[in-house]
Design a protein. Structure first.
Length: 403
């Protein structure tokens, strides 16, 4: 049996590593469209962008590791078409046969069409993007960021650290509003304002033009004008489903999979940003664009490629670092939303937050309390006394153990 992995990101790297860890000694081929071996993406908007680490530090394994593990690593070779009936794929260099296939094609940034003609516009997704953006963040520079999501806010923090003047333009009334709700979103807004970031909320972009000195000018819906030396667009990503769709796989906001990450074709699995997974614990479909999911789904898919048939049950997890704020979040609020947010601790320093519906914890996070993530994870999904949950005198570990 031969196994082929399409995609050069973290899910792909995790999958081939797990295949060998499980004792599989057959043929493994990994196709990656980029020239780099698979790498971690979180450092691209954190340590690498801040200049604390070199871009190469994000690479999972160097090319030598793949050679040692007898993985045929095809870098810079994009898969163009899949022939599922024939068990083959086509690249720019020819065709390749497979018995079982993992799709880990990831996602790509949503574009801001109004900005495509401007001179200095940056998107942050790849290792090369991070390297170029890091070089562009210079002391005294004026940076305008469109989008106050996780990427936009992390870039804002890095730009401030580099000595830039930063303006963030967001269509919602607060950053991260759809993710964390108004109460916690206000904490992030206050954090960035305290570091000098100019936050423009409820803003609509009417026009983006280049200036005479190769900068950018944004005209907003209220008539105000912003100018900068660099425009960074962070308005989310879209799953890369073109290959799967052309091959006839079932696609809807990602490649649809069952709880074992298997697609509509019995020989094909999907993992990472591109997988729209039927989650057996949440009881609904979910597509997750975070580091932890890429790692763990890659491993689970590898085991299932070998016949394990296990359901992927891990809850979504992500983290962020902005200035001196470090946060970890676990769970998923879902499309029905939440009806209560419980905070414990000082929102200005160390605290935890829980998103609830009907007394049941849907998701939880901590800020700068690194011992809290395990009891938070244990509490997600449980129905608890909200009074005790918000009481710092009640230990979270104790609460998790007596639910």
């Amino acid at each position: 049996m031969s196994i082929t992995v399409v995609g050069g990101g973290l899910a792909a790297a995790s999958a081939v590593e797990e295949l060998r860890a499980q004792g599989y000694d057959g043929d493994v081929t990994l196709f990656g469209a980029e020239a780099h071996p698979p790498y971690h993406r979180p450092p691209l908007s954190k340590a690498v962008l801040l200049g604390e680490k070199e871009p190469e530090s994000a690479i999972v394994h160097d090319a030598g590791w793949y050679a040692e593990q007898r993985v045929d690593l095809r870098l810079g070779e994009e898969v163009l078409e899949l022939d599922l009936a024939g068990g083959a794929l086509a690249t720019s260099t020819g065709t390749h046969a497979f018995d079982r296939l993992l799709l880990a094609t990831g996602a790509e940034p949503r574009r801001l069409p109004a900005a495509d003609s401007a001179a200095r516009v940056a998107y942050l997704r790849t290792l090369d993007d991070s390297r170029a953006l890091r070089a562009a963040l210079v002391e005294g520079g004026r940076v305008v960021i469109v989008g106050a999501g996780w990427i936009g806010l992390e870039v804002a923090a890095a730009a401030v650290s580099a000595g830039c003047t930063v303006t963030v333009v967001e269509s919602a009334s607060l950053p991260l509003l759809r993710v964390v709700g108004a109460r916690v979103a206000q904490i992030f807004a206050d954090l960035h304002r305290a570091h000098g970031v100019d936050l423009r909320f409820d803003a609509q972009i009417d026009q983006v033009t280049a200036t005479a000195y190769s900068g950018v000018r944004l005209t907003l819906g209220d008539g105000s004008v912003l100018e900068g030396d660099l425009l960074v667009v962070g308005v989310g990503v879209e799953p890369r489903v073109g290959l799967a769709e052309r091959a006839g796989l079932t696609v809807d906001n990602g490649v649809l999979t069952d709880p074992t990450l298997r697609t509509s074709d019995p020989r094909v699995w999907a993992a990472g940003d591109v997988a729209n997974h039927q989650h057996p614990v949440l009881g609904r479909r979910i597509r997750v664009e975070h580091w932890d999911t890429a790692i763990e789904q890659g491993k689970a898919a590898a085991r299932n490629l070998l016949g394990a048939g296990e359901e992927y049950q891990r809850l979504p997890y992500f983290f962020t670092d902005q200035y001196d704020l470090g946060m970890e979040y676990v769970g998923s609020v879902g499309p029905d939303g939440f009806d209560e947010v419980v905070l414990r601790g000082d929102p200005g320093e160390t605290f935890a937050a829980f998103w609830m519906r009907g007394g049941r914890i849907l998701a939880g996070m901590h800020v700068n309390d690194w011992d809290a993530i395990d009891p938070i994870r244990a509490l997600v999904g449980e129905t608890v006394d909200t009074g005790k949950l918000g009481d710092e005198a009640v230990d979270l570990t104790e609460l998790a153990g007596t639910r």
